[in-house]
Write a protein that binds this ligand. Structure first.
Ligand SMILES: *Cc1c(COP(=O)(O)O)cnc(C)c1O
Length: 411
């Protein structure tokens, strides 16, 4: 998929539009399975929340991936996409006992991240095996918004509560078949990741029914042109050796699981917008596009960087721009960015638009959510239509404001 393909897609389906490259998703999946090819039993569960379009889920299923879900609705989407219940893991946090029971009844592996629900679930359903989410309290990565393994994080059961957890398991007679951690979203230091893994191995020895160890995700992908990414080949080699050694030493035939979201889809995505206005102020040149944080919230929400380039004038002389949206409040995609000279009507392309972009889009300002297109085998396939006015009103109920006629009271 090249720039002229992207331009043609924007011409055909309008702007703004999300485009995903199936080939990139496939090659990322392969990179990860190759890195862990030395593990006899490997399971990759794609984290659906990163990009949950049903066609993307079907693509993941066709690659042999499992599915990591965080809501009963994601489980239902996964089943609709063709995943078997046993290929799905449910890794929510803070959901009700009822939702866990509903998902477990579908035959999906559940993962519990707090002792209160663990005890309630174990007491009622001691025969349904459960995975537990452990918080190893290891800080991974620098972004505290997406770092979820630290001591004050709401995620997981603290390693300091393992004795209490073991008492619950013994008292209820429940079976722990998996142990899981998800430390955050920015693993740069492989040694830190391996250190957290050791904590998991240590605790894994406590569970005689163990079938898998799930190392979560947090694979860093490059966002800026000079960004460093997680070296998955190095991580694969080191963790594979350690994992196989652990299995041999404990005599267990375990599955090694991961649940990557961003790693599989981030770089596969492109978000194309059109420049409505170029506005020169005393200090800055603004390029104002036909979109906003309603469609791509990551820069405003997490202060994340998305590389932006001029699709229709790539060779133009570079100037500094602030790229902003049309939402009626501060709505900045990028500040002081060097971009090839922008004219009104140019198409700007945002990179890394596969993960947590469309899936976090809203109708704020009563705008339609964009179309999504999958580039597959050299062809564009529309996988979600742009919304219409009817979508905005769907589910709204118009109340009648007519004053009902008063009946004359009987005398
Ligand atoms: C969101 C999430 C993931 C995926 O994280 P990425 O950074 O997108 O790879 C994995 N596991 C759990 C439990 C999650 O909530």
């Amino acid at each position: 998929m090249n720039n002229s393909d992207l331009i043609r897609i924007a011409q055909e389906y309008g702007s703004p539009v999300y485009v995903y490259d199936a080939e990139k998703i496939t090659s990322q999946y392969k990179r990860l399975t190759d890195a862990f090819s030395g593990v006899p039993k490997l399971r990759l569960n794609y984290a659906a929340k990163a990009l949950s379009n049903i066609s993307i889920l079907k693509l993941m299923n066709s690659l042999g991936s499992g599915l990591d879900t965080v809501s009963v609705q994601e489980v239902q989407l996964g089943l609709r996409a063709g995943f078997k219940p046993e290929d799905i893991i449910f890794t929510p946090n803070g959901v009700s006992l009822e939702e866990l029971e509903q998902v477990a009844a579908m035959g999906v592996q559940i993962n519990i991240d707090n002792l209160s629900i663990l005890e309630q679930f174990g007491s009622k359903h001691p025969d349904i095996p459960v995975c537990i989410r452990i918080n190893p309290h290891v800080m991974a990565g620098g972004n505290t918004n997406i770092s979820v393994g630290h001591i004050d994080s709401k995620f997981g059961i603290s390693i300091h509560q393992i004795p209490h957890l073991l008492r619950i398991v013994e008292n209820t007679g429940m079976h722990i078949n998996g142990i899981h951690m998800h430390t955050g979203s920015d693993i740069l230091d492989i040694e830190v990741f391996l250190y957290a893994s050791e904590i998991l191995f240590e605790n894994a020895r406590n569970f005689k029914d163990l079938e898998f160890i799930d190392f979560g995700s947090g694979f860093k992908v490059p966002y800026k042109p000079d960004d460093i990414a997680t070296d998955v080949a190095e991580l694969g080699a080191k963790l594979t050796a350690r994992f196989n050694e652990f299995c041999a030493e404990t005599g267990k035939d375990l599955t090694l699981a991961f649940e990557p979201g961003k790693f599989l889809v981030s770089e596969a995505g492109y978000f194309i917008t059109k420049v409505n206005v170029v506005k020169q102020t005393t200090s800055t040149v603004f390029a104002q596009v036909d979109s906003g944080f309603n469609h791509l919230i990551r820069p405003m929400f997490y202060n994340s960087y998305h590389h932006i380039y001029n699709l229709t004038n790539p060779g133009g002389k570079e100037r500094f721009y602030s790229v902003v949206g049309y939402i009626c409040e501060t709505d900045t995609f990028a500040n002081n960015r060097r971009i090839a000279a922008i004219s009104e009507g140019d198409l700007l392309c945002f990179k890394n638009a596969g993960a947590y972009c469309f899936s976090m889009a809203s109708n704020y300002n009563s705008r339609y959510r964009p179309a999504e297109v999958l580039w597959l085998n050299g062809q564009a396939h529309l996988i979600r239509k742009r919304e219409t006015f009817d979508d905005l009103l769907h589910n709204q109920v118009e109340v009648s404001l007519e004053v009902p006629e008063q009946e004359t009271p009987a005398t």
